[in-house]
Design a protein around this ligand. Structure first.
Ligand code: EPU
Length: 420
């Protein structure tokens, strides 16, 4: 397993450019199954999760080629309708093929994802919404086995805001008969992207960027050429890398609106930013103040930035609090930060952080994607050497993280194949 070896307390400088969004690309790959022919996606990040999803759709009979962000997918012929456990267990978003397969083929068999490092993450809403569209579903032998003659429009109110279930429903309803109305739909930019993508393919979805969506089913969707938006969570991570190292870097190629909740928090803490067009420059990181924040669905503070902001807060004098309301177990990074001298604890789902002057380098282990990125940032800020183990978690969602940080002046190296 690869590791990051980081010699901390180096200043960063220059520009860091954000890659295409992982969580926007994943549903687009599934949505390409809704049409027959060649879809082209640009700015697709070279990430483990993207390759897992490509393997899922390849297993269905799709042909593709990927070269430096350019992805060509041929969905003309599907040969099966099964997403196997071997792939789904490594990435839950594989469940995105459920809606498109049901809409196109009238059948889908998708392995149940099983446990997850950040919480139980049930898929009940995905299943219930497909049933409301008229699918017959059995959960059997570890699989969601779904059948439908023709999906029929319906009204759905989500009791919990779910990005994944909203996306799956949008894709299935796009080809259903009649009108589907979704209330309490997720507002995340990745949903906006999916709606724009589907409408460009010929779908009829109204209400983009609101929590009520009306989908009038169409008979056919057509393949398109589409460019993926920049990754808002990567942008937030790179911004915090600059703040934690007190470096005047510029984050390029990001829609600042997509991370407005984070920008508000760091400005409230005392960071001075200059935002122009798609660039965010850190002007000054002086004495920072602690904060209280709660993770909530978009446009609130994103759960995916919780461990990353928490790491910054361990270096900010005073008591800060993060109330994690989305995932039950997003706390595996905490004992690792404690190994680096942080004063941080979790009580129920409330993280309490007492800022210390500086972190101390240590061996730490990533247990999930965002927790791994948080430990990497801790290593950038710490004195001495930090070794982040199990960085395969980070490779799921950050494209060339060590190369980007290294070019900006960080002393970070990937050591290949070390086992612990
Ligand atoms: N939930 C249910 N039942 C369901 C689906 C969700 O109870 O059927 C609950 C979840 O357990 C959670 C809440 O609803 O408590 C929200 O989950 P959501 O469905 O919105 O999450 P997701 O679609 O599985 C996506 C991102 C996550 C991100 C969350 C929240 C992708 C591929 N994943 O997950 O990203 O944390 O939305 O914003 O888009 C990451 O990139 O590191 C990551 C985990």
């Amino acid at each position: 397993m690869d590791q990051f070896v980081i010699k901390g307390q180096k200043k960063l400088s220059g520009d860091l450019t954000v890659s295409g969004s992982k969580n926007a690309t994943l549903p687009l790959l599934a949505a390409s199954l809704l049409c027959k022919g060649k879809t082209i996606l640009r700015n697709v990040p070279d990430l483990k999760d993207i390759h897992t999803m490509l393997n899922v759709i390849k297993g269905l009979g799709v042909e593709y080629s990927y070269n430096k962000g350019l992805l060509e997918i041929n969905t003309q012929h599907l040969t099966t309708f099964n997403a196997p456990y071997e792939l789904v267990k490594t990435m839950r978003a594989s469940i995105y093929v459920l809606g498109p397969l049901l809409a196109r083929e009238g059948k889908a068999e998708v392995s149940l994802p099983g446990g997850c490092a950040i919480g139980p993450r049930p898929v009940n809403l995905h299943i219930e919404t497909m049933e409301k569209l008229g699918a017959k579903i059995k959960v059997e032998d570890g699989f969601i086995k779904a059948r439908a003659n023709k999906l029929k429009g319906t009204q759905i109110f989500f009791s919990t805001v779910s990005v994944g279930a909203t996306a799956n429903l949008l894709m299935a309803a796009a080809l259903a008969e009649g009108e589907t109305i979704i209330k309490n739909a997720a507002l995340e930019p990745e949903i906006g992207e999916l709606i724009t993508f589907l409408n460009s393919m010929g779908a009829d979805i109204k209400g983009i960027n609101t929590d009520t969506l009306t989908i009038t089913g169409v008979n056919k969707l057509n393949p398109i050429d589409y460019t993926v938006v920049p990754d808002r969570i990567e942008a937030g991570t790179l911004l915090i890398a600059g703040i934690i190292t007190k470096s005047p870097i510029t984050i390029k190629n990001i829609n600042p609106e997509h991370i407005s909740a984070l920008l508000k928090v760091v400005e409230e803490m005392g960071v001075i930013l200059s935002i122009t067009g798609n660039n965010i420059q850190i002007k000054k990181v002086g004495k920072l103040s602690p904060v209280y924040i709660k993770t909530i669905p978009y446009p609130g503070f994103p759960t995916d930035l919780h461990p990353i902001l928490a790491t910054l807060l361990t270096t900010v004098p005073g008591i800060s609090v993060i109330n994690e309301t989305i995932f039950e177990n997003r706390f595996a990074y905490i004992p690792e930060l404690i190994r680096m001298g942080a004063q941080i604890e979790v009580d129920d789902h409330i993280v309490i952080i007492k800022g210390t002057k500086s972190l101390i380098g240590a061996d730490v282990m990533a247990s999930d994607l965002r927790g791994g990125a948080a430990l990497t940032l801790a290593g950038l800020a710490a004195n001495k050497e930090t070794i982040v183990h199990r960085i395969y978690h980070i490779d799921r969602g950050y494209e060339n993280l060590e190369t980007k940080l290294g070019k900006a002046g960080a002393n970070i190296k990937r050591i290949k194949g070390q086992n612990i």
